[in-house]
Design a protein. Sequence first.
Length: 179
Amino acid sequence: MKRPFALLALLGLPLLTLAQTTQPKPDPMSRALITNAPAPTGGPMSKKNAAAAQEVEKLERQRFEAQVSKDYAFLEKAFADDLIYTHANGKQNGKTDYLQSIREGKSVYDKIEVENLNVRAYNDGTAAVVNGQIIIYQPNKPDGTPNVAHIKYVTTQIKDPKKGWQVVLWQSQKQPEAK
């Protein structure tokens, strides 16, 4: 019983090979016409996108400083009116609610340390995606132990012609503590 099945399988393999179609190689010029975004492998970025990425990186670091120092004027400009912020615990805030949580002492930051930051700009320097890792130091827990959170996060920012760069979407994810 096993031999006829094996023989059938051996005879059927060439037929399966013939049945597969090969995909033609894409014309590199057709890809260039479809997109002008940087290549996923880190290809060259346009001058506008490179300048925007540098500007957004600087603003991102300033945003963290403003959260610690409670610089509400800066934060009001940095966050778009339609901001959606998903905290590491899954809770969501809009701009008004999030800024109110800082004012009321519900969101307190003693220090925010940037471990790494990656900014990719698109659309002639009018849109950017930021991903990074930060360490947030908050007031000690009630038992006196340090309250430290290791966070990976992503933001999407747009450049409003009148308001400048603004965070429209922000997602955080808590990471296990390094040991």
